[in-house]
Design a protein around this ligand. Structure first.
Ligand SMILES: Cc1ncc(COP(=O)(O)O)c(C=O)c1O
Length: 349
């Protein structure tokens, strides 16, 4: 059960019934100040919530969502978790690791085709014993629902009890991962003496932002401005998808809040040429943070979204009047799948 602060009408506590959860992540993750990077950028106040440190094999944002999805799978006597992503998907790797930890079978559907020689996240999928199947992007996108249904039917015919979770575990249940994370961050910010602030998250399948938005409303964190940086699709799509997910979570769990699309703050301009296509400015951002703070970002999610934070800092929108807090959602294994891209322009001797 999560307990909310006092509301306007004087109710001391609103008791919210949190769904069942299985602890898999190393929580709370640290909230850290980035003083060297801040000094480099004219004394900006930059903070980071290190959700890349939720564990090694289960690192990143996905494990917070999977704590609920896996608890639900176990409560429903399922023995197999089916999900989807690219072969460098952090989500698929976290599913494979978490399933290995609790004794479930994982079945990963990849698009486009998996590389012949597994690297980065895909290497770990193999190590964790995941069963994988690859499809061309055209076939997967065109026949998506049919493919999922066929795989579920095949698993049932094999005597398994499958549960499907969508890309990124961005279903209403998965949103609880960041509803809970929001309370964790609020406590840490209060302990650090931080009141008004800008909080920034990367955005792709939507569960991280949707959960954080719902958590902000539930916990009455009116002093946060909550931003998301799309790294996959356009702003119009994300507005629609995140709004729909927030409303679904609120309805499904009877949460005592109203969601208005005006709460959505999306920072446009950081997708580049497309999802998982790196660009130079994001790579420079990765290199800058590594050099000044010894912290790794990734080229698909956090490099692009932290690039938006640093542009905001340089243009005076973030980190000046109030601190900016970036939620580092992980993804570092994909750095090892793209070494030439990550090291671009660096001296190597
Ligand atoms: C490392 C990382 N950061 C951010 C995201 C985006 O989170 P979400 O899919 O919940 O929008 C993802 C997954 O898509 C991810 O793997």
């Amino acid at each position: 059960m999560l307990v909310c602060p006092e509301d306007d009408s004087g109710n001391r506590h609103m008791a919210i019934h949190e769904p069942q959860r299985i602890p898999l992540a190393a929580l709370p993750t640290p909230l850290v100040h980035l003083p060297r990077l801040g000094r480099e950028l004219d004394d900006a106040q930059i903070w980071m919530k290190r959700d890349d440190l939720t564990g090694l094999e289960v690192s990143g944002n996905k494990i917070r969502k999977l704590e609920y999805v896996i608890a639900d799978a176990q409560a429903s006597a399922c023995d197999t978790l089916v999900t989807e992503g690219t072969c460098q998907s952090n989500h698929c790797r976290a599913v494979a690791a978490a399933c290995a930890r609790v004794g479930l079978h994982s079945f990963l559907l990849f698009r486009p085709e998996a590389a012949d020689s597994p690297q980065g996240n895909h290497l770990l999928d193999v190590l964790f014993g995941a069963e994988t199947r690859s499809y061309s992007r055209i076939r997967f996108d065109g026949d998506h629902d049919q493919i999922i249904n066929d795989v579920i039917a095949e698993l049932l015919a094999r005597g398994r009890q499958p549960r499907y979770t969508p890309a990124g575990a961005s279903e209403p249940l998965g949103c609880w991962g960041y509803i809970r994370a929001t309370a964790e961050l609020a406590d840490q910010l209060q302990a650090a003496g931080i009141g008004e602030c800008d909080v920034v998250v990367p955005l792709s399948s939507g569960g991280t932002y949707a959960g954080t938005l719902v958590g902000k409303l539930l916990h009455r964190l009116d002093h946060w401005r909550l931003w998301a940086v799309p790294v996959s699709d356009d702003v119009a799509y994300h507005q629609y998808a995140v709004g729909r997910l927030c409303r679904a979570a609120i309805a499904q769990y009877g949460l005592p809040i109203d969601f208005d699309d005006a709460a959505l703050r999306l920072v446009d301009g950081y997708v580049g040429q497309g999802y998982a296509i790196p660009y130079s400015k994001a790579i420079e951002t990765i290199q800058l943070l590594a050099r000044f703070e010894g912290i790794m970002l990734d080229p698909v999610y956090t490099g692009k979204s932290f690039c938006a934070v640093l542009d905001g800092v340089r243009e005076g929108r973030f980190g000046r009047e109030r601190p900016v807090v970036f939620i580092h959602t992980g993804g570092v294994f994909s750095d090892f799948a793209w070494p030439e891209v990550i090291l671009q322009g660096l001296p190597r001797n």
